[in-house]
Structures are given as structure tokens and as C-alpha cells.
Design a protein around this ligand. Structure first.
Ligand code: R5P
Length: 284
């Protein structure tokens, strides 16, 4: 049975359909003091698959409540799917005095999970913070599906070296094109500097591929460079279209043709589901 968190209702429904499993009735409530409540109805005593992107502190709490409610209802096994794992990028102490936030949340989630599955965390090593077996799935290949079929001499570009594998994966799934990457220097949470490669982009359609678009700074800088170099159309493809604050506006102002994301985060640009990838893992 699939137990959806409030931020993952579309994906949970897709996953239920892929697996041929029922969706549990779940209700969400907020008490006058601000505390949240995720309440489940009747669930079968078999495997409970909690599907919850932890986009906010409340979503983290809901996830813990769903896991606990599943145990309380007698679930034989509690599988926790984190389509988007919040705090995953805080995976070390960057400045003395800071916590390793991803480890802290992983420990809390581990308390009621027999198995954890997540999708394209920034670093797969974050899986080591969980006590039960945790698996990082690569759903980047799904991003080829919504891309236009008529890309001209396509270039799949990583905005930094860390995204090269993702660009390769999307190119392979699309079936044609080259890959390249830019160098990125981050000056602050919202300021990045992009150093372009020598790749010739004039007249070509470019797909910039990254695991996450958060503030949109990385992507908007990359798009601006590509447009300065007379790229034809520039598309953005990202597994996690977080698009915080004014990120979507930044991309539009930079001249993006279209943005494609997956449903690890439910946004207007979430045009393809990772459900087949998660279902394949859970069917093994
Ligand atoms: C970092 O290396 C990640 O892969 C992304 O490039 C980054 O998190 C995107 O953040 P933003 O949209 O805020 O530039």
C-alpha cells in the first residue's frame, strides 16, 4: 500500500498505478498551535510504502508521522521513498559549529524505516547516513522524454563538472547529441560565476542538465552565456525543479525556451514522472 505525503501526491498516485497497489487514505491537518498531523485510514498489514518529498520542515514531520502510523497499523515492512530529500546538500560541516543536517534527518527517518529509496541526491554518499539499506536511484534518463523530438545538433551541457554524468544519461536516453560541461564557482548561496568551455554552441539547441534548480542562479548564468554565444534554443532539464523564490523568473529573463523537471517535486514544470524508476526498484 502506498502512503503519500502531502508534497508527493501525484508521484504516489503514479507509483500506485505502476505497482498495481492501493493508495492509502491520508488526511492532513494543522492544529491551532501550528503542529501538523498526517492521519491514515485503514491500511493493509503488508508492505507500506511511504512516499514523501521532504520539501519543508512540516513535510519532514509528516513523513515521520506516516512512518509511525504505518507501524502502528501493523505494517509488515515500512519502505520510505524520499523522491526529493530535503537537507541532502548539507552533507558536511562547512563552517565550524554547523550540524551535518542530512545526517540528522537521515537518523530520524531511519527510526521507522526498513528500507530507504531516494532519487538523485546531490551526493549518493548521503545514503550512508541511514541505518537501513538506502538506495539512490538515477532518474535523469526520464528527462529525455519531454524534450522536443526535433532538437538541432543537440548539446547536453552540465553547468558544472558534477553534473556531467547526468548530462551523459539524458543524452544517452535522448539517443543523439554531444555532451560538455562548464566550470562553476559559487560565491554565495545566490551568486555563481560560470566559466564556459570551448564548445561551439552557435545555431545549436542546448539542453542544460542539473540535478536540482534551487535559486536558479546556476542555470540563469549558464543560459546567459549560451545566449551570448548564439545558441539556438536553450532548454533546462532537471530532476528536482525546486525553483525557490524567483528562480522561474530568473530562467525566463535569461531566455530559457522551456524548463522540464520530474515529479520528485510537484511544480508546473514537472512534466515527467520518476514512478517507473521507483517502481522498478520496489519490484525487485
Ligand atoms: C550544485 O552543484 C547543484 O548541482 C546545483 O547546481 C545547485 O544546487 C543549483 O543551485 P542554484 O539553482 O541555487 O544555483
Amino acid at each position: 500500500m502506498i502512503l503519500p505525503g502531502s508534497a508527493s501526491q501525484s508521484l504516489a498516485a503514479e507509483l500506485a498505478a505502476e505497482l498495481g497497489e492501493d493508495l492509502a487514505p491520508v488526511e492532513f491537518e494543522r492544529f491551532p498551535d501550528g503542529e501538523v498531523m498526517a492521519r491514515i485510514g485503514d491500511v493493509s498489514p503488508g508492505r507500506a510504502v511511504v512516499v514523501a518529498s521532504t520539501t519543508t520542515s512540516d513535510a519532514h514531520l509528516e513523513l515521520l508521522q506516516l512512518q509511525d502510523a504505518a507501524r502502528e497499523a501493523g505494517a509488515r515492512e515500512v519502505v520510505t521513498v524520499l523522491p526529493y530529500m530535503g537537507y541532502a546538500r548539507q552533507d558536511r560541516v562547512f563552517t565550524p559549529g554547523e550540524p551535518v543536517s542530512s545526517r540528522a534527518v537521515a537518523r530520524a527517518i531511519s527510526a521507522n524505516a526498513d528500507r530507504v529509496v531516494t532519487v538523485n541526491p546531490h551526493e549518493a554518499a548521503v545514503c550512508e547516513f541511514f541505518d537501513p539499506t538506502a538506495t539512490a536511484l538515477d532518474a535523469a534518463g526520464r528527462l529525455a522524454e519531454p524534450l522536443p523530438a526535433d532538437l538541432t545538433d543537440p548539446l547536453f551541457l552540465a553547468p558544472d563538472e558534477g553534473a556531467c554524468d547526468l548530462a551523459d544519461t539524458v543524452r544517452d536516453a535522448y539517443g543523439v547529441g554531444e555532451t560538455d560541461y562548464f566550470e562553476k564557482t559559487r560565491h554565495s548561496g545566490t551568486e555563481v560565476e560560470i566559466s564556459p568551455s570551448d564548445a561551439s554552441v552557435g545555431g545549436r539547441d542546448v539542453v542544460v542538465v542539473d540535478d536540482i534548480v534551487a535559486t536558479g542562479s546556476t542555470m540563469s548564468e549558464a543560459i546567459a552565456v549560451l545566449n551570448d554565444r548564439d545558441a539556438s534554443r536553450v532548454f533546462v532539464a532537471t530532476v528536482h525543479p525546486l525553483l525557490a523564490r524567483n528562480a522561474r523568473t530568473k530562467l525566463a529573463r535569461a531566455g530559457v525556451e522551456a524548463v522540464f523537471g520530474t515529479d520528485t517535486l510537484e511544480r508546473p514544470v514537472s512534466s515527467v514522472s520518476v514512478a517507473p524508476v521507483v517502481a522498478a526498484e520496489l519490484s525487485e
